[in-house]
Design a binder for this molecule. Sequence first.
Ligand code: DSN
Length: 420
Amino acid sequence: MTVPLAAERLARIGAEDPEVAAILAAELRRQQDTLELIPSENVASPAVLDAVGSWLTNKYAEGTPGRRYYGGCEEVDRLERLCQERARALFGAEHANVQPHCGSSANLAAYAVFCQPGDTILGMDLGHGGHLSHGSPVNFSGMLYRAVHYGVDPATEQLDYDQVQARALEVRPRVLVAGASAYPRILDFARLAAIANEVGAAFVVDMAHFAGLVAGGAHPSPVPHADLVTLTTHKTLRGPWGGMVLCRAAHAAKVDKAVFPGYQGGPLLHAIAGKAVALHAWGQPAMADYAQRVVANAGALARGLSDRGLRLVSGGTDTHLLLVDLRPLGLTGRAVQDALDRVGITVNRNAIPFDEASRFNPSGIRLGSPAVTTRGMGEAEMAEIADLVAAVVHHLDDADVAARVRARARALCDAHPLPY
Ligand code: DSN
């Protein structure tokens, strides 16, 4: 199966390189035929894909608009300024750097603005739902800086702000970083900013996961509270793969220097074109509706799973994602992820707070609504998806259940095709 847009592109690639074209075609078929529930993934629009696949990949433009180290930058200067303007307007930020290649690059730059190597950063524990680049010992952020962590309360499985405050007073970080990859609740940005202020730390928020919800007004914005905000553009924001930094004007020069020449060389101008196109789309009323539907759909999925006997970490979700604790069912994340893969439902295994299992085979799975919502699914479909996921979880090795679920998942996909 390929729809016309993709068919034309695949034919062009295939004329030069049939092997790569075949892999791209197979991956397109996989995306079309599976229910994508990984909360950090989405479906970029054809216009975003076309912008990223453009001739801007031919251009070098180290530097910032008007201050480049290469000739021939007039047009890409206009593009990058436009993208910056759109980012500032959409999020109400004083300054935007749209060059980071990814969220980790954006976070590297963020820390460099406020810290020297060896300084202390305080972030959410990866095992409690934080991000790898918020000080995990296996990541640059935990190697370059003295990283200490806060986590969730064992009873509520929600952030314990008193613990964050106590930890901040104890370790006096240069940066307090907030934001998470597997935390289903809204963060209290005002409280976190007050804690940072109390200990003289810079307050950095990584809104990679919920940037699109903020853009669409379905989630509070960290921008008024934080000294600096990082984000990725390919998750709820529905853009191309990439990162971004938003900050107060006072930090603009340091941010720009940290991104280039600090941590990156030439910007990916084709990605910046895709970012600009994605940001433009958020000006349309349909996108605010999309953000609301993402949250409503995650809520419907959470209720459906909970009604069918699955335990949700923290009891539910306020956002686009949820985390299921498989321990009460005696299952592991790996087994469930694999069983769901076999029926055309894609999730990722994930640690849950206070998980004693290994990171490679943790006790949870993480699910989310952004991609299926982009495909036009609503709460009725989410209830059906909950039914399908629960059926697999409760009958992991039952071939009849697997066949029935696979057919129903495929029917949902066929009814909501990708836009390519
Ligand atoms: N690795 C990303 C995720 O899947 O959530 C975190 O940015």
